[in-house]
Design a binder for this molecule. Structure first.
Ligand code: FAD
Length: 488
């Protein structure tokens, strides 16, 4: 019997994982990718002896990645490996406080007690609540399609629905954290988790308190050779399985006839398939590849998640006080988010994230030097005057880091590049340069993401950070798992 054929549009993390899942089901699979390499937002740059992961830096839920290899009957350790972090993040405050977020919950809770006076018992209670929300929501909101009746007929779903009042969706994340802790530094630390999917802690539902569970109760990890090893290893598995990749091939149209997908078109060339999975952001998928189909406007016009401004700095010095992940907090968090979400601009004192992969992977920087990935959260691209915003932000970042680290940072930069919301949008077709698709500020956000399938076009599916269950590496991998489960 001839093999059924599937085409995947885009080789982002969701597209790669889907291609492998479909190949493992016996499909002949071809992947068409607009750029010259696999990975999408997971990209890397090598310059002047430095290597930088250009997109994600934090890796959680590695079992979801392992599962892709296992589904294909392979041992993930033959393709990539990772280590669990003992110290997840170092937090720096302008008043001189420094908090080490240890992976081990009791050690972290004791650190908070010692540095802020908040009792260890309180932090442990908050982490327990985080794990409870995860247990109630994960198999409904993360692991299955929210748009299939079969999901709601399962016993575990029914139990979760009966427990939905416990997921804390009626108040904001900030209100929930401020009700648990008196010390503003601890509230700020826990509020920050809203940014893990590009949301605003002063608007997003407290259900997002699920996120610390991933870091503290399950763990934060570092893939050996850096984050770019993730798409590289998936691509290597995919080619081992015989999946065919076409790089530099931008798909122009998804072909539909008689309410069924027929394949894709690139210029004059048509490629037939019974199944097409779009890993392109769902907004441009409808606007460009499905322009003759009715678009789900309510979903496509939801506010987008925040974007990012990143400076990649080759630093000709080393900083023993810094670790893999470092946060330099703003003094007025609420004002910082007001700027991002209301002014659609950048606050003069932004919270700065400094990721230094050479702390774990020595070869990522020349000896005695460090590769700094310096990121701030910024609004999605709505045509702001980015050049002037970025130039002001660069000055503010340099002056804050120099003040807090006691060294003139600008004079230590020997290589510099940057990534902006406009570049994220133009390089990956991510609408408005959003990092995580739609924002999760609305408590109904989970229901306002596009399903993983098209309700009226047979054979058409959607995967990746702009559709269910949302953005970030683990969720994109879960999205691929759901698509794999939906396709016979
Ligand atoms: P994408 O990465 O969006 O890739 C889509 C692919 O489709 C691209 O390769 C694009 O070229 C291709 N494409 C688009 N249109 C076409 C077309 N017409 N034809 C053919 N190909 C096309 N997540 C985390 O888990 N941890 C983090 O620390 C983290 N930090 C981040 C930091 C930054 C700066 C960024 C940008 C993202 C970060 N994320 C993080 C989010 C994470 O990177 C994304 O959610 C995830 O990579 C999205 O994957 P995706 O499958 O949706 O595909």
């Amino acid at each position: 019997m001839p093999q059924k054929k599937a085409i995947v549009v885009g080789a982002g993390i969701g597209g790669l994982a889907t291609s492998i899942r479909l190949r493992s089901k016996g499909y002949e699979v071809e992947v068409f990718e607009a750029s010259e390499k696999a990975g999408g937002k997971l990209n890397q740059m090598e310059e002047k002896g430095y290597r930088f992961d250009m997109g994600p830096s934090l890796f959680t839920l590695p079992k979801e990645l392992d599962h892709v290899f296992e589904t294909a009957g392979k041992n993930p350790r033959d393709y990539y490996d990772y280590e669990k972090l003992e110290l997840i993040t170092k937090y720096f405050y302008e008043d001189g406080t420094q908090i080490d977020a240890w992976a081990e919950p009791l050690r972290f809770a004791k650190e908070l007690e010692e540095k802020t006076g908040e009792t260890a018992a309180k932090a442990l209670k908050v982490l327990k609540k985080s794990s409870e929300i995860y247990d109630i929501t994960s198999h409904v909101f993360l692991e299955r399609s929210l748009h299939k009746l079969s999901t709601y007929l399962r016993k575990d779903t029914l139990i979760s629905i009966l427990n939905l009042h416990r997921i804390d969706s009626m108040r904001t994340m900030h209100k929930a954290n401020a009700s648990q802790f008196n010390d503003p530094r601890v509230v700020q630390l826990f509020d920050r988790y809203a940014t893990y999917n590009g949301s605003n802690p002063y608007e997003a539902p407290a259900t997002l308190r699920i996120i610390p569970h991933l870091e503290f109760n399950i763990g934060a990890y570092f893939p050996k050779k850096g984050i770019y090893a993730i798409p590289t290893s998936l691509y290597s598995l995919a080619t081992d399985l015989g999946i065919k990749f076409h790089f530099g091939e931008k798909v122009d149209e998804i072909l539909v006839e008689d309410k069924a997908v027929r394949g894709i078109r690139i210029g004059e060339n048509k490629h037939e398939a019974e199944v097409v999975v779009s890993n392109m952001d769902v907004v441009p998928t409808y606007r460009h590849l499905l322009s003759s189909q009715k678009a789900p406007e309510k979903i496509l016009t939801q506010p987008r998640s925040s974007s990012a401004l990143i400076f990649y700095w080759g630093i000709k010095d080393s900083f023993p006080d810094l670790d893999l992940h470092n946060i330099f907090f703003s003094q007025n968090y609420q004002e910082e988010f007001r700027y991002i979400w209301e002014e659609k601009s950048i606050y003069e004192d932004p919270t700065i994230y400094v990721h230094i992969s050479s702390k774990c992977e020595k070869g990522d920087a020349p000896a005695g030097k460090e590769n700094w990935f310096v990121m701030i959260n910024v609004p999605a691209n709505q045509g702001q005057d980015w050049e002037s915003l970025i130039s002001a932000a660069r000055k503010n970042i340099l002056s804050k880091l120099s003040r807090m680290l006691g060294k003139d940072i600008e004079s230590l930069i020997e290589f510099e590049d940057r990534l902006t919301p406009e570049l994220i949008e133009s390089r990956t077709s991510s609408y408005q340069g959003a990092l995580y698709g739609n924002s999760s500020n609305n408590k109904f956000a989970a229901f306002l993401r596009h399903p993983n399938f098209h309700r009226k076009i047979k054979g058409l599916y959607f995967v990746g950070g702009s559709v269910h269950p949302g953005g970030g590496i683990p969720l994109c991998l879960l999205s691929a798992r759901i698509v794999g489960d939906l396709i016979e």
